[in-house]
Design a protein around this ligand. Structure first.
Ligand code: SDX
Length: 396
């Protein structure tokens, strides 16, 4: 039939469903989580409170927040078998590959989350859904810290009670016999970074989670699939790609030559452009303010000046103006993480950790969607037809 005319690569003009999780207006640069502006949440809320809001639709009472936090912290220890699996990776294994493997591996500890074993209705009971949600949010900092420490084979430290971000820092950096205390400015900085990265509608990774959920895949493998989509350098992996791009450029003086390569399509300007935003969105602006606070504690990261120079030049260049290309959330985020001491390859993990909240909110919302159907797009076939099989040896 005439389906050809409906082909929509990248789903630029395809709406796949309704959502109540966040509102994005790309023309105006508006981003609201469950109706609250991202600016206000970044200024006044905390990551755990925003996680509750995104997953359960309303801001929590003090008691609800305490229960939610406690449930998450109670799920933060890693099964020993999973820790052993993670310890077997190559010494230079990319942390995101470890994160995705561990998240998928976690599914093998939860047969009750597997519709194939526990039945199609295993997520109908909100209590069961909440258990997996807090399990995934609780174990993610532990998996991430294990991936971070893997490279230098440092003895792994168990979590301890404390705030979500403090506990993460403790697992990353505490050494036996020392009294490590995370710096409060860095804890606050990472908390706000996590709020900014927590959700963004039907992004490539959230759409991937919905795609997998539509097949009734268990939640752990839906999340692993979302993390795999996020890992791409065009999506959340862009924060690592930006850092490597900035390192390759090296200094402000080399920026004009690099911009010329981008305009000749020899390079892509990582950290620029967005499917929805055709204006300078607010998240990178907030990331820049966080960068300055982190620099006061950790010292100024020189790649920040290279990124600022890129922004300065590109925003005035007709090539970028014509294509409505602006900085996106990834342009400065890697610089903040590098200043805090994280290597480039850990940046996608620092995107995945908060973005788990989005994936869980979309997973749960999709399960309740009355119009949910298994995702199976149409295709237009352009290949061979009706070929007769002739064994290769018979062909003269
Ligand atoms: C995130 O969806 C989300 O919400 C994502 C995210 C979230 O919170 O989940 O915001 C997080 O993933 C941010 C994006 C991070 N990615 C990067 O920084 C990688 C670089 N950006 C590009 O790959 C690109 O801009 C995308 C992938 C972000 C968007 O791609 P689109 O919407 O498919 O746009 P396009 O590739 O069709 O580009 C339109 C034009 C093209 O030029 P022409 O072919 O018309 O000449 O703009 C050009 C592109 O070549 N272009 C770029 C460019 N991005 C687009 N040219 C140079 N450098 C770029 N970065």
């Amino acid at each position: 039939g005439n389906i050809t005319k409906y082909i929509d690569p990248g789903y630029l003009n395809t709406v796949s469903g309704h959502t109540r999780v966040s509102f994005v207006d790309g023309e105006q640069g508006i981003l609201e989580y469950r109706g609250y502006s991202i600016k206000e949440l970044a200024e006044k809320s905390t990551f755990i409170e925003v996680a509750y809001l995104l997953i359960y639709e309303d801001l929590p009472t003090i008691q609800q927040l305490e229960e939610f936090s406690k449930k998450i912290m109670n799920h933060s220890s890693l099964p020993i078998e999973l820790r052993n699996i993670m310890s077997c990776f190559k010494n230079d294994a990319h942390p995101m590959g470890m994160f995705i493997s561990a998240m998928s591996g976690l599914s093998t500890f939860h047969p009750e989350a597997n519709p194939a074993l526990a039945g199609q209705s295993c997520y109908d009971d909100p209590y069961k859904r909440d258990k997996h949600i807090s399990n995934i949010l609780g174990i993610s900092p532990t998996i991430s810290a294990a991936a971070y420490r893997h490279k230098n084979q440092k003895e792994f430290n168990n979590p301890r009670d404390g705030g979500y971000i403090e506990n993460f820092f403790y697992m990353l950096h505490h050494e036996k016999g020392t009294d490590y205390q995370p710096h409060p400015v860095l804890v606050k900085a990472l908390d706000v970074m996590f709020i900014l990265h927590a959700e963004h509608g039907f992004s490539c990774s959230a759409a991937a989670v919905r795609h997998l959920a539509s097949a009734n895949t268990d939640v752990y493998n839906c999340i692993a699939g979302g993390a795999a989509a996020l890992y791409g350098t065009l999506h959340g992996g862009a924060n690592e790609a930006v850092l490597r791009m900035l390192m390759k450029i090296g200094s402000k003086a080399n920026v004009p030559a690099f911009i010329e390569k981008v305009k000749n399509k020899e390079e892509k300007l990582m950290g620029f452009g967005h499917r929805m935003y055709k204006c300078y969105e607010i998240r990178p602006k907030i990331v820049k303010t966080i960068a300055l606070k982190v620099f006061e504690v950790c010292g100024r990261e020189e790649l920040f000046d290279v990124a600022l120079e890129i922004e300065q030049i590109a925003l005035k260049d007709p090539y970028f103006i014509k294509r409505r290309l602006f900085p996106n959330i990834d342009l400065f985020s890697g610089v903040v993480y590098k200043a805090m001491g994280f290597p480039p390859e850990f940046c996608p993990v620092l995107f995945a950790m908060p973005r788990l909240v989005s994936w869980l909110a979309h997973w749960s919302e999709f399960l309740d969607d009355p119009n949910r159907k298994i995702t199976r797009p149409q295709q237009v076939y352009t290949g061979h037809r009706n070929r007769k099989y002739v064994p290769q040896c018979d062909i003269k």
